[in-house]
Design a protein around this ligand. Structure first.
Ligand code: SF4
Ligand code: SF4
Length: 406
């Protein structure tokens, strides 16, 4: 694709990166075929090729409007289009740049500004999010069906295994997950303990920064990244083998720290190292001898929902499925497994109508093979799908837990 970037952006790092991405697009439109919003809305501007054009026009100095912002807002950042694109167009980076540039140029209505501000000020902070969750649990019986199902039941926090192994790995505790489902990382610690690895959490680490990144606050996102790097660094220097992620949405973002902080002279090297060490829990397990695990619920029929951040973002297609099969589970078929469930970080809150349609489609396809249980790999997908399903959902690592006392 020919480009003629405007003077305001042409020689900036963002402009140079965006220009290279735009030039790699040959405008073939193959990507539209797998774009969930194009499938739902049928509008060229709600597909990747149309959005690429909108961003190109903005970078070439044409006026942007509320309409441009709406089409970019409707994008899930699922990166399904990247997986489909034969030319390797890095759409995810391009849409991030487009969003950063449009935000100060088109004013949002006050309600949208308030909503985004409230999300940024609440969700990444467990101390602020916990009281809201407690209140939700209190009034749960009075709430309508889907809202009721979106509030998870209280999980009692059992003891974390004592760090007794020479092999050590850090874990990203994150923000929402330890409040909503502390069992996920606890089971991860138990599973790794049986494999001879101690999982340790760094005290001052927290939110990965993805929420700020995707609600147009890149500065806030980088602050979270630096805080995590500082918190993890002593354990990395002491020989921690990896930083384990049990939420694929956080994992894909931490793997980007090296890129996002490449021009920060104080953090660039450390950020690169952190990204090299970041591993989804499935990447860790796949290198270990899993025959010792013997999951207590082996034999169960599972439907696995592969989050976009796992399959399109981290390119880990089929890895979890293989682990589950190798450890004795049966997987039921999931049609259109490449499509997003509509959770997409804060998308389900900011674009509820589209998110609901995607959720309904996803639950239908997950249930089509008659599974005993639906499992996934990201807390956001889990909570979103659970709000639309009477059948329980779990993180897949939870079914890997051994029998009590094993
Ligand atoms: S992003 Fe890829 S698939 Fe889509 S129009 Fe461009 S080259 Fe074709
Ligand atoms: S990231 Fe997802 S929603 Fe956005 S254009 Fe690509 S396929 Fe469509």
């Amino acid at each position: 694709m020919q480009t003629a970037l405007a003077d305001f952006i042409r020689h900036t790092p963002q402009g140079i990166e965006a220009d290279a991405i735009l030039r790699s697009c040959v405008h073939c439109g193959f990507c539209n075929a797998t774009c969930p919003t194009y499938q739902l809305l049928g509008d060229e501007l709600d597909g990747p090729r149309g959005r690429i054009y909108l961003i190109k026009e903005m970078l070439e100095g044409r006026a942007v409007s509320r309409r441009t912002l709406t089409h970019l807002d409707r994008c899930l950042s699922c990166r399904n289009c990247e997986t489909t694109c034969p030319s390797g167009v890095q759409y995810g980076r391009l849409v991030d740049i487009g969003r950063e540039l449009i935000e100060p140029r088109v004013e949002r209505p006050w309600f949208e500004r308030l909503q985004r501000w409230a999300l940024r000020k609440t969700i990444p902070y467990p101390a602020r999010f916990t009281p809201w969750l407690r209140l939700g649990r209190l009034v749960r019986p009075l709430l309508p069906g889907s809202l009721k199902r979106s509030i998870p039941a209280f999980q009692t926090a059992a003891a974390w295994p004592r760090p007794r192994h020479a092999r050590r790995m850090l874990v990203l505790q994150g923000c929402v997950q330890p409040v909503m489902a502390p069992n996920i990382n606890l089971v991860t610690a138990r599973v790794l303990d049986r494999l001879g690895i101690s999982l340790i959490a760094a005290e001052n680490a927290g939110c990965c920064g993805a929420l700020h990144h995707h609600t147009s606050d890149p500065t806030g996102a980088l602050d979270f990244a630096r805080r995590n790097i500082d918190a993890w660094w002593p354990a990395i220097e002491a020989g921690a083998e990896a930083i384990v992620m049990t939420a694929s949405g956080c994992g894909v973002h931490v793997k980007e720290y090296g890129h996002l902080l490449q021009r920060d002279s104080a953090y660039a090297g450390k950020a690169r190292r952190v990204s090299e060490l970041a591993r989804d829990i499935s990447e860790v397990l796949t290198k270990e001898n899993l025959s010792v695990l013997k999951p207590a619920s082996a034999g169960t029929k599972l439907a696995f929902h592969a989050p976009c951040t796992l399959q399109h973002g981290q390119k880990l297609t089929g890895v979890v499925e293989k682990i589950l099969r190798d450890t004795g589970f049966t997987l039921t078929p999931v049609p259109d497994a490449h499509l997003c469930c509509g959770s997409a970080g804060t998308y389900s809150l900011l674009q509820p109508a589209l998110a609901r349609r995607l959720r309904e489609n996803k639950i239908q396809s997950l249930q089509s093979g008659g599974p005993d249980l639906m499992v996934t790999a990201n807390i956001g997908c889990l909570a979103h799908l659970q709000s639309g399903s009477r059948q329980p959902l779990r993180h897949w690592i939870e079914v890997m837990d051994g029998a009590a006392g094993r």
